[in-house]
Design a binder for this molecule. Structure first.
Ligand code: DP6
Length: 385
C-alpha cells in the first residue's frame, strides 16, 4: 500500500485550485480587448523548461490541435532563456524582428518565428507595432538531439504575454498563464506543456478537470510521494539533427492504419496513469511509460514512408535498463522522444545507485559519453531585468 499526501496549501496551490475551477476558455477568449495601453519600448525575459512526455502527443490537426491527450513531466536543468527587446516602429509592413542565438545573429531561426507570429497575430495584435530583438540561449548544447522547440516557443510566448501584461496590467494570473500556453501551442504543440509544472496535461480529457485542446493545464490530482522529485537523465545517443521533423512525423499519422486505435489507447493511458500516480503504482507506471515510448516508435515504424529512429545503442541501453531493473529490483525505466536519445526516469531515492549505473554501464553507449542529469521542475520563471 502506498502512502498518499495532500499538497500543502501554498499560495501557488490556491491559484491552481482557482484556475481549475475556472471555466474552460475558448479561442475567442484569447483576443485581447482593444484598450491596451501604449508602450514605446521595453524588455522582458523568461527562463522556460523542456518537458518529457509520459503519454505522447503524436498526431495533430489544424490549428495545431492534438489528436489525443498527453501528459508530461516538466524538467529543470534543460531550459531556454530568452530576452525580448521591443521598440515602436511604423505599423506598416510585416513583422520585424532579429534573432540572436547564443551571441550570434541567427537568420536561420527566422522562418519558424515568422510562421509563429503569423499564427498568433490575431491574439497578439501589437506584434506589428514593434521591432523585436530576441536573444536566446539553451542550457543544453544545441546539437544534442534535445528538442528545443518546447522550451524555445514557450519562452517566446511568455515574453509576449509579459508585454501584453505591461500594456494591459489588469489581466489575471490565471489568464496570463493559460494564454501563454495557448500561444506556445501555436508555435509547437509540446511547448504548451512547458509553461507550468510539474506535471502538465494537454488535450481535453473527461477525467482531467479543466483540460483543453487549446492549452496545457497543471495536473492537480493527488500524486504519491514516490513521484515527487522524479529524476530524468538524458542519454545522448545521437546528437545529430532530427531525422524526421515533428511536422513530418505528425503528418505520418494521417491515413496511418493504426492511428485511430492509437488515439483511443492514449486516452485510456491518461486515465490509467492518473490512478498509478495517485496510488504510487510504480511498476504499472513503468509498464505504461515504456509502452508509450515504444508505441510512438511503432507508429513511425509502420507509417508510409517508414522510419527507424532508434539507433543500435538505443537498444543496447534499453536492454541494460531491463537487466539492471530485474537484477536490482529497481524502478528505473526509459522513455523516448522522436529520436535515438533515451530518457531514464527514476525515483529520487534511487538517484545515487542509478547514476552510478549510468556512469559505469550506459555512458559508453552515448556520443562522447555525454548525458545530462535532470529532474522534475516547477515550470517557467520570469527574469526581472
Ligand atoms: C514525440 O511538439 O515537437 O515529443 O507541434 O509539430 O511542434 P509540433 O510537434 P512537437 O511534437 C513532440 C512530439 C513528441 C511527444 C510529446 O512531446 O508529447
Amino acid at each position: 500500500m502506498s502512502t498518499k499526501i495532500t499538497k500543502k496549501e501554498t499560495k501557488r496551490d490556491e491559484f491552481v485550485i482557482f484556475a481549475q475551477k475556472w471555466h474552460r476558455l475558448k479561442t475567442t477568449d484569447f483576443i485581447p480587448e482593444s484598450s491596451l495601453e501604449n508602450l514605446e519600448e521595453g524588455k522582458v525575459a523568461w527562463q522556460t523548461p523542456s518537458n518529457i512526455a509520459l503519454v505522447k502527443y503524436w498526431g495533430k490537426k489544424e490549428p495545431q490541435l492534438p489528436e489525443n491527450t498527453s501528459i508530461s513531466f516538466t524538467l529543470s536543468n534543460c531550459h531556454t532563456t530568452t530576452e525580448m527587446h521591443f521598440e515602436k516602429k511604423d505599423t506598416n509592413g510585416g513583422f520585424c524582428f532579429d534573432v540572436v542565438f547564443e551571441g550570434e545573429k541567427k537568420d536561420a531561426f527566422k522562418p519558424k518565428i515568422q510562421k509563429f507570429f503569423e499564427r498568433i497575430e490575431a491574439y497578439v495584435p501589437f506584434l506589428k507595432e514593434y521591432h523585436f530583438t530576441i536573444y536566446s540561449k539553451n542550457s543544453f548544447p544545441h546539437s544534442s538531439g534535445i528538442a528545443s522547440s518546447a522550451s524555445g516557443m514557450s519562452a517566446l510566448a511568455l515574453c509576449l504575454m509579459s508585454i501584453e501584461k505591461l500594456r494591459s496590467p489588469a489581466i489575471s494570473e490565471a489568464y496570463f498563464y493559460k494564454k501563454a500556453s495557448f500561444l506556445a501551442r501555436l508555435g509547437s504543440g509540446s511547448a504548451c506543456r512547458s509553461v507550468k509544472g510539474s506535471l502538465v496535461v494537454w488535450g481535453a480529457h473527461e477525467q482531467i478537470a479543466g483540460s483543453s485542446d487549446l492549452y496545457g493545464v497543471d495536473f492537480t490530482e493527488e500524486i504519491a510521494p514516490v513521484f515527487e522529485n522524479y529524476q530524468d537523465t538524458i542519454l545522448l545517443v545521437d546528437k545529430g539533427e532530427k531525422q524526421v521533423s515533428s511536422t513530418v512525423g505528425h503528418d505520418l499519422m494521417f491515413d496511418h492504419p493504426y492511428a485511430q486505435n492509437r488515439f483511443l489507447q492514449a486516452g485510456e493511458n491518461i486515465a490509467k496513469i492518473k490512478t498509478f500516480l495517485k496510488e504510487g503504482a510504480v511498476k504499472d507506471f513503468i509498464a505504461l511509460v515504456e509502452s508509450e515510448a515504444l508505441t510512438l516508435h511503432a507508429m513511425m515504424l509502420t507509417s508510409q514512408p517508414y522510419f527507424i529512429l532508434m539507433k543500435p545503442n538505443t537498444l543496447q541501453i534499453i536492454q541494460r535498463i531491463w537487466d539492471y531493473r530485474a537484477a536490482n529490483n529497481s524502478n528505473v525505466c526509459f522513455t523516448l522522444d522522436a529520436g535515438a536519445n533515451v530518457h531514464l526516469l527514476y525515483p529520487e531515492n534511487e538517484k545515487e545507485a542509478v547514476q552510478h549505473f549510468i556512469e559505469e554501464e550506459l555512458a559508453v553507449f552515448c556520443q562522447n559519453k555525454h548525458f545530462i542529469h535532470d529532474y522534475v521542475g516547477q515550470g517557467a520563471r520570469e527574469i526581472l531585468l
